[in-house]
Write a protein that binds this ligand. Structure first.
Ligand code: AMP
Ligand code: MG
Length: 414
């Protein structure tokens, strides 16, 4: 990776996403975890069904089971009840012509019957007789063995982020442990002489370091092991030491601030000395400067300093990249369409990621509106937002009523 040739070019968001993601391989490490600890982890090996599920034909209803041969053109049917099959308690007797058994949901459908009528479609004139008032179709209400999974089938694939449903899915196969990717380790620090940590007193012109907290939250929501290295002074040796420490312990390093044009040059110099870094200008708002590359074996992301730019660039570039590193299959933010209820101001040139509020109208239509002032230091609108409204580079202002692209937040709210 060369650090100079692209210095004066503006790259598109998509181009940068592709350049970053194409370079990244999933980490190698795998660990075996029990089912409960697998929630939210990334599956590292395909999981194959060891037997059919459901394991046997069973009833989908509370009712009566009988053979489909009993079904004729009659409007009703009267059968003799010869026994019962409850969930976990199988009926083992014979069933012959003119006979039925009482059956409950989930109970095995025994040999000799293949159709279930729901209780609501029956009457019970006496203890041993069932009168079927609405005759079901042959094979109705029977859940066949292997309906869900057949033996040998890969039912969860490598790269899947395991959901609560997936835990249930694994449990249906009696699987107690799965192989997942080890957790990523990500180190981060802030740079800037104006930055103070919480608990310190603000001097003239100082501000509190807030980026470390958005980055902490974003990484924590991604189930990543974090190494918070604090604020590093704009000092050559301090920066170099911080990068070296971070590269030794982490799979990826994230910094904020210090990558824009006009920043003290030694940040760039240090990065160039220690790693292979590209300094990009991206045609996006908020955002623009981004440094990306490697220091030792670690990936490096140098994000811009403004608090909203940090979040926007993290969401567009770092989150997809880290997902890829984690071994996840789907990495780019989802985009949906919504109707803007307000004028969205924009000048052509850069892709805008405007902070928006996505809602659903009474008729079910997705609508979006502006979440407030859009400057890159304003956290108020970022806090109110639940989505980015993505306005393409060439687009000017968008009139109320037009459809726009929206990225609902994932890992940024709630
Ligand atoms: P820089 O990219 O270092 O020039 O920073 C751009 C703007 O973001 C400046 O106003 C900085 O004060 C601000 N900034 C940089 N880092 C942080 C941080 N960690 N927390 C809050 N604001 C920051
Ligand atoms: Mg700075």
């Amino acid at each position: 990776m060369s650090s100079n040739h692209s210095d004066n070019l503006f790259l598109s968001v998509t181009e940068v996403q592709q350049r970053i993601i194409n370079d990244i391989k999933a980490i190698e490490g795998i660990e075996q975890v029990d089912l409960r600890h697998a929630l939210g982890r990334i599956l590292a090996k395909d999981v194959v069904a060891a037997f059919d599920t459901p394991p046997c034909d069973n009833s989908g209803m509370d009712g009566y089971a009988f053979h489909s041969n009993e079904i004729a053109d009659n409007e009703t049917l009267t059968l003799k009840v010869v026994g019962q099959s409850f969930a976990g308690h199988i009926y083992t007797g014979n069933i012959t012509a003119g006979e039925a058994i009482r059956i409950m949901t989930g109970a095995q459908v025994p040999n000799g019957v293949d159709t279930v009528v729901m209780q609501e479609h029956t009457e019970k004139p006496d203890e041993n007789t069932v009168f079927i008032t609405t005759i079901p179709k042959p094979y109705a209400n029977v859940r066949k063995a292997g309906d869900d999974l057949t033996i040998g089938q890969t039912f969860l694939a490598t790269g899947k982020k395991l959901s609560p449903t997936d835990l249930a899915f694994l449990a249906t196969q009696g699987i107690a442990e799965v192989a997942v990717k080890r957790k990523l380790r990500v180190a981060f620090f802030s740079t800037g002489d104006e930055l103070r940590s919480i608990g310190e007193t603000l001097g003239e012109g100082d501000i509190y370091d807030s980026n470390r907290y958005s980055i902490y939250g974003l990484l924590t929501n991604m189930d990543i092991d974090i190494i918070d290295m604090g604020v590093i002074k704009d000092d050559r040796q301090a920066i170099e030491d911080a990068f070296n420490t971070a590269a030794n312990v982490a799979d990826a390093i994230i910094t904020s601030g210090g990558v824009s044009v006009g920043e003290a040059d030694f940040v760039k110099e240090t990065l160039e000395k220690l790693g292979q870094i590209n300094f990009w200008k991206i045609a996006m708002k908020p955002g623009k400067p981004l440094a990306f590359g490697t220091i030792g074996d670690s990936l490096f992301f140098g994000l811009p300093g403004n608090p909203v730019s940090v979040i926007a660039t993290f969401y567009q570039f770092v989150q997809p990249a880290l997902k890829r590193m984690k071994g996840q299959d789907i990495v780019l933010p989802m985009i949906i369409k919504a109707k803007t209820t307000e004028l969205l101001k924009k000048r052509p040139g850069r892709t805008d990621f405007q902070r928006g509020i996505l809602a659903q109208s009474d008729s079910g239509e997705l609508t979006v509106r502006n979440a407030g002032a859009q400057a890159s230091h304003v956290l108020t609108s970022m806090s109110n937002a639940n989505c980015f409204i993505v306005l393409p580079a060439e687009s000017g202002s968008v009139e109320p009523g037009e459809m726009v692209d929206v990225q609902p937040f994932e890992g940024l709210i709630g």
